[in-house]
Write a protein of this length. Structure first.
Length: 202
């Protein structure tokens, strides 16, 4: 996101220079520009998709991360939705399909399980012993991840007419590229007792 802001700043400053030289305008005249607020680039490419993680209700808790991709924002709580199948954690994500592809990442905890069912051996997360004890009785943690595949500059150039039109109107805005704009985590009421969430809020 910082990269797109640098590009925009460069385009803006270059425009001032070229405009000033080409029309004889003083750079000082640009001080009259008004701030147009924050604008999101890429909203026309936003889609909403469900990503489901299924697990067995064997008595162990599943930790669910409420952290957003890129560390921006967070959820307040897991929503109860009985249309979601029992034993499923559903991430409802709104994102820019031109810039990223979201997916769910699961990390199993290494632990001894004395409840119902057979003991499962999983890879070690190399946590400290005290954290291993804290995670005892937990299946693991599921979190949202994403692969970046976009071209910020290409999207910027597609929106250059909007930016230039604002400049002609004497306005300049703060432009931000859309990545993940919203996330909801939903579970069935029968699944909720087996869910722990970090409730990330920023």
């Amino acid at each position: 996101m910082r990269r797109i802001q640098k590009i925009l700043a460069g385009v803006f400053l270059t425009g001032i220079f070229i405009g000033g030289v080409g029309t004889g305008l003083a750079v000082a005249e640009y001080s009259s520009l008004t701030y147009g607020g924050e604008k999101i680039i890429g909203e026309d490419s936003l889609v909403t998709r469900n990503l489901d993680f299924d697990f067995e209700l064997d008595g162990r808790m599943l930790e669910v991360s409420g952290q957003h991709y890129l560390g921006k924002g967070g959820i307040k709580e897991v929503e109860i939705d009985d249309t979601v199948p029992v034993g499923t954690v559903r991430y409802e994500i709104t994102y820019n399909e031109r810039t990223i592809t979201p997916w769910l990442q699961f990390e199993a905890y290494e632990e001894e399980w004395d409840g119902e069912g057979e003991e499962t051996e999983v890879h070690s997360s190399e946590d400290a012993e005290d954290e291993d004890r804290q995670n005892s009785g937990k299946l693991g943690i599921v979190r949202l991840a994403a692969s970046y595949h976009g071209d910020d500059f290409a999207v910027l150039m597609e929106n250059k007419d909007v930016i230039l039109e604002e400049l002609k109107q004497g306005k300049i805005s703060s432009y931000h590229m859309a990545y993940i704009t919203d996330i909801k985590i939903k579970v069935n009421s029968q699944t909720e007792p087996y869910i722990e969430c970090d409730y990330v809020i920023r």
